[in-house]
Design a protein around this ligand. Structure first.
Ligand code: PNW
Length: 454
């Protein structure tokens, strides 16, 4: 395995950056400690039937207390950078108003700990833990939440921003809008076109407002956003399915890419949702801030088929579940590394984009320890295939600068609770013992070989 990792390592540009990623609610625990306010995920996870066995992030990986050991773990992997998120309800327990110094102090310690260990600091401002207090106004469906997000950005950047290497506003607007407000699968569990359309525009607007707020304090801070784009494929070669795939691209990707990078919504999106988006004069200019970088999260492709139902809502495209003869991870997602390369080429062809980091990629395999070893060869295979595509793409004229593996360790996998494991480190949730999986050893060998080769 080590010699294979070496061969792969040689294919990356010298200055390519390797990292690992996590998110606050998925690892921190300490949900009621040091003045943290509740978030929509604290509330959602306690509602019956929403999260697998009503698991919650109350304790998670107890990273709030074990952060030093966790930073040592990251350091031991030899990676250059750590991508994590800042919990808004720790900083502003009610979402707005009084600042919670103890919450800021936690990230202050964490960031200093990263600097002591020579790790680059890649925070994300919002990875889904909206302060519950903002739900009263309508959460992400309310324009006032974009104001609150800009104020929160101001507080964070003032206090911590001098030590950030790059700041992301949002993690995955698609999950915040589609999954949480249209399909109702994630918090707050809304399922309406009205909520979806309103949230989409408010999240896009909040991104622009946040970039402005951050730059007002630190004009040189490299600003970006993290998108989970979908590599969309038509289920068949029929003209109908191809047209459906194009609509699905606009509905799932364009709806975030076009406002941020072109300052407009695609025509199909406007026709379908424009009257429910409550767009005001000047909004599109606010959203369209030039960015220094952007992040792409990629796990699996999206295959779609024309939806012939006469009343089907836009984009009249059904997602076709993976067939049984393709490889699947334990969460049921198709393994298709080609989709990553196709997707990056596609979006660089369609948009004028700054440099890109792969901010998440990884696989869910639920292997448990056997005699102290976690033999997750399937994860190694997944990573090997995807990283080969990343290396190949990074050596073209596409500015692909780095890769963050999801995830440093097993954690609270949202609606799937602790059942689904994406970590390269195994977490025993009873003892909080972390054990490196074979994939962690493999990743370390890859990063080490890359370092020694440059
Ligand atoms: C991303 N879906 O989430 C998130 O950024 C991570 O927090 C998460 O742990 C990781 O991917 C693995 O799931 C997603 O259902 C969660 O389509 C669900 C979906 C997509 C992304």
């Amino acid at each position: 395995a080590t010699s294979l990792a070496k061969t792969l390592a040689q294919k990356f540009p010298d200055d390519f950056l390797f990292g690992v990623a996590t998110a606050a609610y998925q690892i921190e625990g300490a949900a009621r400690e040091d003045g943290r306010g509740p978030s929509i995920w604290d509330a959602f996870s306690k509602m019956p039937g929403r999260v697998y066995q009503q698991h919650s992030g109350d304790v998670a990986c107890d990273h709030y207390h074990l952060w030093e050991a966790d930073l040592d773990l990251i350091k031991s992997l030899g990676v250059d950078a750590y991508r994590f998120s800042i919990a808004w309800p720790r900083v502003l327990p009610d979402g707005r108003g009084p600042v919670n110094e103890k919450g800021l102090a936690f990230y202050d310690r964490l960031i200093d700990g990263m600097l002591e260990r020579g790790l680059k600091v890649f925070p994300t401002l919002y990875h889904w833990d909206l302060p519950l207090g903002l739900s009263g106004d309508g959460g992400w469906t309310a324009r006032s939440t974009a104001d609150a997000f800009a104020d929160y950005t101001d507080v964070v950047v003032r206090r911590l921003g001098d030590r950030f290497d790059a700041l992301a506003t949002f993690n995955e607007p698609w999950c915040i809008c589609h999954l949480s407000h249209l399909y109702g699968i994630h918090a707050p569990g809304e399922a309406s076109i009205e909520a979806f359309a309103a949230a989409t525009h408010v999240v896009n607007l909040a991104h622009g407002r946040s970039v402005q707020a951050a730059r007002a304090i630190r004009p040189d801070l490299p600003m970006g956003t993290v998108l989970n784009l979908h590599s969309v494929y038509p289920h068949s070669d029929s003209a109908e399915d191809k047209a459906a795939a194009e609509r699905a691209f606009a509905f799932n990707n364009g709806i975030y890419l076009s406002p941020v990078f072109k300052g407009e919504y695609d025509a199909g999106v406007l026709d379908a949702f424009g009257d429910k988006m409550r767009i005001k004069a000047g909004d599109m200019e606010t959203i369209n801030q030039p960015l220094d970088w952007w992040g792409l999260n990629y796990y699996t492709p999206m295959r779609v088929q024309h939806d012939a139902t006469p009343t089907a809502p836009y984009p009249q495209a059904n997602i076709v579940p993976p067939s049984t003869d393709v490889p699947l991870t334990d969460i049921g997602w198709e393994v298709f590394e080609t989709g990553l390369g196709d997707l990056i080429r596609e979006v660089y062809a369609r948009y004028d984009l700054p440099p890109c980091y792969i901010t998440e990629n990884g696989a869910c395999y639920n292997d448990e320890p056997v005699d102290g070893t976690i033999a997750d060869q399937r994860r190694i295979d997944y990573l090997d295939k995807h990283l080969a595509v990343v290396a190949e793409t990074a050596s073209t004229d596409i500015p692909l600068k780095g890769y963050f593996l999801w995830s440093l360790m097993d954690n609270f996998e949202w609606a799937e609770g602790y059942k689904m494991r994406f970590g390269i480190t195994h977490v025993d949730y009873t003892t909080q013992v972390r054990t490196l999986k074979d994939s962690a050893h493999w990743y370390r060998a890859l990063v080490e070989a890359h370092k020694s080769g440059r």
